[in-house]
Design a protein around this ligand. Structure first.
Ligand SMILES: [Cu+2]
Length: 372
């Protein structure tokens, strides 16, 4: 039987100690003592979205300082809306062909201030590019493995056995190339990840990303309005504020446990850099859980409730009016909500596994009025 208390303390101390010794940064007292500080929020000083008041967020228990986005080559704020729709051309039968080029490479990234992680990446970023296509498109992915290990890309979706991205069906060695090709089905919020063995190592090292298939309104005449609202580029879609959030974790000492948790890789990034949301416009989140080693993860939204579409494969919600959703590994879904009836201000979201929250998985929405 595992000693959860001891493990928890050790994991916190490891992060805390690493931060302190690696770069002089400190995590606030609550994390160091292992005490949950939800109760402290009420007495915490007002949160300062401009950066001076990081200690105030969630009761003095987030990392201090910032990671080097330029060095990493990606900024988690940009990742929220950075859709890669590929190079578009037409097939002889008139259908759309979307071609993507993905390169696997080893890359050291900074996941919390002063904490470097030897990642394996797709296109040099974690998570990899957010691929976005339309239901029925032909998808072609040219995968070049420039890394030091064998890798693949396994897409969640419908495809042939030859395109499955497992050893013997798309897994390639360093310096090799493989082309995956399939039709984009079914519509939904999917993911892709390396399926080389040992699987948990290849996943937690950073080889995963969002694979979103927008519904084709012509195929769903009974709910064409809903489908159009999800189809990137339509006037209906532009009304929405869409964000992709990949919940991930990092085992920094390779003991089979995560020491850092995040959404889109950098611990507490959205706590220090709140996500701007226009009050009058609806919000849609493509949420994906790829955390390895922990069986479940979750998202809890403060001061609000949302509708949820499990796997994003339906046009009507599978859960209505909830404020917390649980996802096991590789589970994903679409959240929809609005702040129309709210006052402006900062609204927290986080895993409701409190330990994950303290170790990086917590952020804020900054609800503002639309510019006049
Ligand atoms: Cu791999």
């Amino acid at each position: 039987m595992r000693n959860w208390l001891r493990e928890t303390v050790n994991r916190r101390h490891l992060l805390w100690g690493s931060l302190a010794t690696a770069s002089g940064f400190l995590i606030g007292g609550a994390a160091a003592t292992g005490q949950s500080s939800h109760a402290e929020r009420g007495s915490a000083p007002p949160y300062d979205a401009n950066g001076a008041g990081h200690h105030g967020a969630h009761g003095h228990m987030i990392t201090v300082g910032d990671v080097g986005n330029a060095r990493n080559g990606f900024d988690p704020t940009s990742l929220l809306t950075d859709w890669n729709t590929g190079v578009v051309s037409s097939l002889p039968d008139g259908r759309t062909l979307r071609t993507f080029e993905i390169i696997g490479e080893d890359k050291e990234i900074e996941i919390a201030p002063g904490i470097l992680f030897p990642a394996w990446t797709y296109n040099g970023r974690v998570p990899g590019p957010s691929l976005r296509v339309t239901e029925g498109d032909r998808v072609r992915i040219i995968f070049q493995n420039n890394g030091s290990h064998r890798h693949s890309i396994h897409f969640h979706g419908i495809h042939s056995a030859r395109m499955d991205g497992i050893p013997g069906a798309g897994e390639i060695g360093p310096g090799e190339e493989f082309i995956y090709e399939f039709d984009a089905l079914p519509f939904g919020c999917h993911l892709y990840h390396c399926h080389a063995l040992p699987l948990k190592r290849h996943i937690h090292k950073g080889m995963y990303g969002a694979f979103i298939i927008d519904p084709d309104p012509a195929r769903h005449p009974e709910q064409a309005d809903v489908a159009r609202s999800r189809l990137l580029g339509t006037p209906e879609n532009r009304e929405w504020q869409e964000f992709v959030m990949v919940m991930n974790g990092f085992d920094t000492n390779f003991d089979g446990e995560n020491e850092v948790y995040a959404v889109n890789t950098v611990a507490h990034h959205y706590a220090k850099h709140p996500i701007t949301v226009i009050r009058g416009r609806p919000v849609r989140i493509y949420l994906i859980n790829v955390v390895e080693f922990d069986p479940i993860n979750s998202l809890h939204l403060h001061g609000n409730f949302f509708d949820y579409y499990d796997h994003g494969t339906t046009l009507t919600p599978t859960l209505r009016t909830i404020d917390t959703v649980m996802q096991c590994q590789a589970q994903r879904g679409i959240l929809e909500f609005t702040y129309r009836a709210h006052e402006t201000g900062l609204y927290m979201f986080h895993a409701h596994q409190a330990e994950f929250t303290e170790l990086g998985w917590m952020g804020m929405f900054d609800v503002v009025e639309a510019a006049a």
